[in-house]
Ligand binder design. Structure first.
Ligand code: FAD
Length: 392
């Protein structure tokens, strides 16, 4: 039995099998017992808590929806529920995991050869090797599909990579970084497994972020970085293959937004029941109850949408526009929820020790990464109208 919790108003957790709920509970307990006591301090100092990795690995949840290579072959629904559980306590830890398990492992799972999958996925599943995903660049973010400046050129048996990547999560310590680059000859985007020890690869930590401070984002510089053909993702032949990875991970980011909103709502609800003003708990005031109801309505709408999203994913019916709609809706609604959570906590809403301030800041990162609100809206707009508003 899961401990009683406030942020699952429609009891959607009951739709999970007993086995999946046990996994959910293990993740929840790990996050509450091992991660929660560390997060505010690490967030404040912008440090990653490497000490949690060993216990994190024991949860056995990396690549949980993939088949083979040590992965559990469970549902995308369970994967989404796990993203929610991680983000409910800390969005940075959930992002570290999403980059590793979704973007990096997912690129290898969807675009790698059998040998590449055998080499990387089992070790990444055990978190013995950590992955990163380098797509965005200093000059090109939203327009990366057509405007990528990082290049690759085949010279004999090797590929020479040159360029820069920006915002790359985990890249300061990852063992393997998936780098996307445009082929100077064919003009197509290709993917590469760049190993951290490669002398042409340099990752510098980005400082002074106001969100996701635990995530170690990096600027990557590739200078005549030589990668053997055997480390080119063998089934990534154009940006369409990159987009397959993003479709899968955008669904995960929608769930992450749900977790962020849920964590903030639960903290705010608890606070308003305890905090007294005018001789009564502030939860008894009508205007405060209105905020709480707005929060739980948004949260429940997001959860039910994401449940259906994952069902579509499990039935292999997920489209880019399904994933984009969920990402847009959830990242917008989460901003509203965390804003109200911060509001009902008064001044304490901006203090780290009350947790909600961290959710407010981190919701801003969710809002922008894996496609901004505008870009994901345009993907949905194109699907429903038949007109593409993208200009290249
Ligand atoms: P821009 O593309 O410069 O956009 C600026 C503004 O213009 C936005 O509001 C955008 O919506 C708008 N805009 C752009 N084009 C249009 C248009 N056609 N119509 C209307 N509006 C438009 N990337 C990785 O590759 N790997 C990572 O691990 C990674 N981690 C990240 C972590 C964090 C915390 C953040 C903030 C970003 C991360 N990113 C990562 C990058 C992220 O995906 C980009 O920030 C995002 O795609 C937006 O790109 P940009 O920041 O360059 O904004």
């Amino acid at each position: 039995q899961l401990p009683p919790i406030d942020g699952d108003f429609y009891n959607l957790d009951l739709k999970l099998s007993k086995e999946d709920r046990d996994i959910q509970l293990q993740v929840r307990n790990f996050m509450e017992d091992e991660v929660k006591p560390l997060v505010n301090d690490h967030w404040n100092r912008a440090k990653f808590p490497f000490q949690i990795i060993e216990k994190f690995a024991k949860l056995n949840i990396a690549g949980i929806a993939y088949e083979g290579y040590g992965c559990a072959n469970k549902s995308f629904l369970l994967e989404g529920i796990i993203a929610q559980e991680l983000a409910r306590v800390d969005v940075s830890i959930s992002t570290f995991f999403g980059v590793h398990s979704g973007l990096a492992m997912g690129s290898i799972y969807l675009c790698g050869s059998e040998e590449q999958k055998q080499e990387w996925l089992p070790a990444m599943q055990r978190l013995e090797k950590i992955g990163a995903f380098g797509l965005t660049e200093p000059n090109v973010g939203s327009a990366v599909a057509g405007g990528m400046e990082t290049t690759c050129k085949r010279i004999d048996g090797n590929w020479i990579l040159n360029g820069q990547k920006k915002w790359i999560g985990n890249a300061t310590f990852a063992d393997v970084i998936i780098i996307w680059a445009r082929d100077e000859d064919s003009n197509q985007v290709k993917g590469f497994l760049v190993r951290k020890e490669n002398p042409g690869f340099k990752a510098e930590k980005m400082e002074d972020k106001m969100a996701l401070r635990i995530v170690q984002n990096a600027i990557i510089t590739l200078t005549n970085c030589s990668v053997p053909e055997s480390d080119r993702l063998q089934n990534a032949n154009s940006f369409k293959d990159t987009a397959k990875v993003l479709q899968m991970t955008r669904a995960g980011v929608a769930w992450q937004a749900v977790g962020c909103a849920r964590g903030a709502y639960e903290a705010a609800l608890k606070y308003t029941k305890k905090r007294e003003q005018f001789g009564r708990p502030i939860a008894s005031f009508q205007l405060i109850q209105n905020h709480l109801v707005e929060m739980v309505s948004n949260l429940t709408a997001m959860q039910t949408l994401c449940f259906r999203l994952s069902e579509l994913q499990d039935q292999k019916l997920l489209t880019d526009e399904h994933a984009s709609l969920a990402k847009v809706f959830c990242s917008m609604r989460t901003r509203d929820v965390v804003g109200r959570a911060r509001e009902v906590m008064g001044g304490n809403g901006i203090l780290l020790e009350y947790d909600v301030a961290r959710f407010v800041a981190d919701a801003e990162a969710i809002y922008s990464y894996e496609g901004t609100k505008e870009i994901n809206s345009l993907i949905v707009g194109r699907a429903i109208t038949g007109y593409s508003a993208f200009v290249n």
